[in-house]
Design a protein around this ligand. Structure first.
Ligand code: WTA
Length: 659
């Protein structure tokens, strides 16, 4: 990626984004961290992290060395220390007299609720720890977790952590086949699942997928513990399958947590890479907990006594691990956990929940924000959202229009937005504004957190000057970094540490603006090259979405003989938009949008084709599957669409295009 091409017309649009929103004086004064934290971290990075580790965690044995990087890129953080994740998330709060504080306000999809205090949750985790041990799960053993968003998911993860077992959570939307390959790769001894959950008011089964996954012999699973959630009929394998309620009832509520080595494996989480085989990202205990807890406190300005925090991520993804199960509980927060979809039974469900629990910190994904935008501002307007004081975004670049909508419509034009860049591999937030310090810019994650050495470099690994783009890298090890790919240390080195000497390569393109703020431009595999100009899919999507007619857009680079690649855009129109009507309406819409992109970015970025579609293909984690769209754009059969949240989407698009 040469500087000349990246700093061309294509990036002018984002760079012209000049709106800035400084924190109010009151917010800044009361914030958990202030501007001096950057200088403190800069003056001694390791001392800074050692301080965070000791401030946010209770160690059963103090560490003697902050970082051992002698076997790079295999890091050891807080060497010699011992710490128990579950003790930090639970027991110590109860010991500190906070047993009656609500840990989880659970809201089931059908409307059932449960209020779980720290004392309750501690007892449940102790029972589960005893129950798992009684089933032969020992320190270091792997446990596969295939559960919906219910409190038992958190209980299971923390019970594993308590006894030193390594959980591998598999998102409930993954197929039996995907579950089996993950069980096999990690050689899991135990599977914890549920009969099922609820989706849009109807029961949705989970246990049959586990049965199917384990149908063929040759696996390592001895027992399957089944939470009775939706009470649907399920097949039963005597001897192997056990009811959660019975197992927990039989277990003692007394269990003493012992410290585990700081580098003891905490969990494996599979994520997709550029190749077909998912990577088992391994996280360990001390560093992961220290950075997740610190970032949760600093980036969301969490006040555990008064805030009600809600992260909408599923525990099947890293955001659900770090910012539902671990950090909020380690920090003693009160959080909301919601089982269902945002539109069940109506499109105001999220806002109803915010009003009901007086949610003050909301952490969600741009795709959700854009969906809500599409549904219309009148829906959130029906609810009292005045409790909200901080808004977070994660998972993909957030386009300025969605950012402004989030701030104005959800945040009452007041709440700071923290756009947080990180990855399954980084374990915790790496780049984000600090809400009481940073003047935020719509669409930019802006600044590496204190103690984090993120940079943007060119092809040769040289830091690019402000105003230029390149590749996002991390120059120094960080506490919550992945330690390896489970069972494949070579792949770990190749994937992340071989592209640039001594640096972690994240796989994202990024740009520094004239202030040195960082703008994420999407995966480098999503960067297009049109007539020698590099264009970011994100950028064109952002331009399209800035048009009042467009609700959502996905852009791909389709192979083109003349220009290398051509820009092809798929757009969903807004239901409430004032669209042209009449005979030439369709071509008028396309022409208008092409010109709009030309106007926003420059003629080079004008999509060759704009296809109006009813829906976009998305993975179950909400990421647009550009690969499938590329197939359509290049006239190929999109092939395997089974990893989509809704596999029929591609069919709908193909049908629509034939019209
Ligand atoms: C993208 C999710 C822009 C990025 C925590 C990264 C983002 C990938 C942002 C990791 C953001 C995540 N702005 N892009 N704020 N956050 N990404 O592993 O491409 O599911 O590499 O972790 O999501 O996705 P993952």
């Amino acid at each position: 990626m040469s500087n000349e091409t990246v700093s061309g017309d294509a990036f002018e649009n984002l760079l012209r984004e000049e709106r800035k929103f400084a924190p109010s004086e009151a917010f800044a004064a009361a914030a958990n961290v202030h501007a001096d934290i950057y200088a403190e971290a800069d003056s001694d990075r390791l001392a800074f992290w050692a301080k965070q580790a000791r401030t946010h965690l209770t160690w059963s044995k103090d560490f003697t060395e902050t970082l051992d990087w002698s076997d790079a890129p295999f890091a050891k953080w807080f060497v010699g220390g011992e710490v128990n994740a579950a003790y930090n998330a639970l027991d110590r709060h109860v010991e500190n007299g906070l047993g009656d504080r609500v840990a989880i306000h659970f809201e089931g999809e059908p409307g059932d609720t449960e209020t779980i205090t720290y004392a309750d949750l501690t007892e449940r985790v102790k029972r589960a720890a005893n129950a798992f041990e009684a089933l032969g799960v020992a320190k270091g053993d792997r446990v596969a977790v295939y559960l919906p968003m219910i409190p038992e998911a958190v209980v299971t993860m923390l019970a594993c952590a308590r006894i030193g077992a390594v959980h591998s959570v598999v998102f409930g939307g993954f197929s039996a086949e995907a579950l089996r390959s993950r069980i096999d790769d990690a050689e899991a001894k135990l599977v914890v699942t549920a009969d099922g959950t609820f989706r849009r008011g109807k029961p949705s089964a989970l246990k049959p997928a586990v049965d199917e996954a384990l149908a063929e012999d040759g696996h390592t699973v001895r027992h399957v513990v089944v939470v009775e959630r939706n009470k649907q009929e399920v097949a039963w394998t005597d001897g192997r399958d056990l009811r959660w309620s019975e197992v927990m009832e039989a277990a003692s509520p007394e269990h003493t947590a012992v410290g585990h080595d700081s580098e003891h494996p905490l969990f494996i989480l599979y994520t997709s890479g550029t190749t077909g085989k998912p990577k088992g990202i391994l996280h360990t205990t001390g560093g992961y907990l220290a950075q997740t807890a610190f970032t949760h406190s600093a980036v969301f300005d969490l006040k555990p006594e008064t805030d009600v925090y809600w992260c909408t991520a599923d525990i099947g993804w890293v955001t659900g691990h770090s910012y539902v199960t671990y950090a909020p509980l380690v920090n003693g927060a009160t959080q909301v956990m919601y089982e269902g979809t945002p539109d069940s039974p109506h499109q105001g469900r999220w806002w109803e929940i915010v009003e009901k629990y007086k949610v003050s910190i909301l952490y969600t994904a741009p795709t959700a924000i854009r969906t809500m935008m599409k549904w219309g501002s009148d829906i959130p307007a029906k609810y009292n959202l005045s409790s909200i004081r901080v808004l977070g975004s994660v998972g993909e670049p957030i386009n300025p229009e969605a950012w402004m909508w989030y701030r104005d419509v959800i945040g009452g034009g007041q709440a700071p937005i923290v756009d947080t860049w990180w990855q399954t591999e980084t374990g915790a937030i790496m780049v984000a504004p600090l809400p009481g310090v940073t003047a935020t810019k719509p669409g930019s994650a802006q600044v590496p957190l204190p103690g984090i050495a993120v940079d943007v470099v060119d092809e040769a690994g040289q830091s690019v000057p402000d105003g230029h783009g390149g590749f996002l890298v991390i120059r120094e090890p960080w506490p919550a970094m992945l330690r390896t790919i489970w069972g494949d240390p070579e792949r770990f080195k190749d994937t992340y540490w071989s592209r640039f000497d001594g640096m972690y390569f994240a796989g994202d393109g990024a740009k520094k603006d004239d202030d040195g703020d960082i703008w994420l431009l999407g995966r480098v595999d999503d960067v297009m090259n049109v007539s020698g100009h590099r264009l970011s899919t994100t950028e064109i999507e952002s331009a399209l979405v800035s048009h009042p007619w467009v609700a959502e857009a996905a852009v791909v680079g389709a192979a083109d003989e003349t220009t290398g690649q051509a820009v092809v855009a798929f757009v969903i129109l807004r239901g409430e938009a004032d669209l042209p009507t009449g005979e030439n309406a369709a071509s008028e819409i396309v022409l208008t949008l092409r010109n709009h992109v030309g106007h926003e970015i420059g003629p080079i970025a004008k999509p060759r084709h704009i296809l109006v579609v009813p829906e976009l293909p998305k993975t179950r984690s909400g990421k647009i599957m550009r690969r499938l769209l590329k197939d359509v754009a290049e006239g190929r059969d999109p092939g395997d669409a089974t990893t989509l949240a809704d596999p029929s989407v591609m069919h709908k698009i193909a049908q629509d295009l034939r019209k």
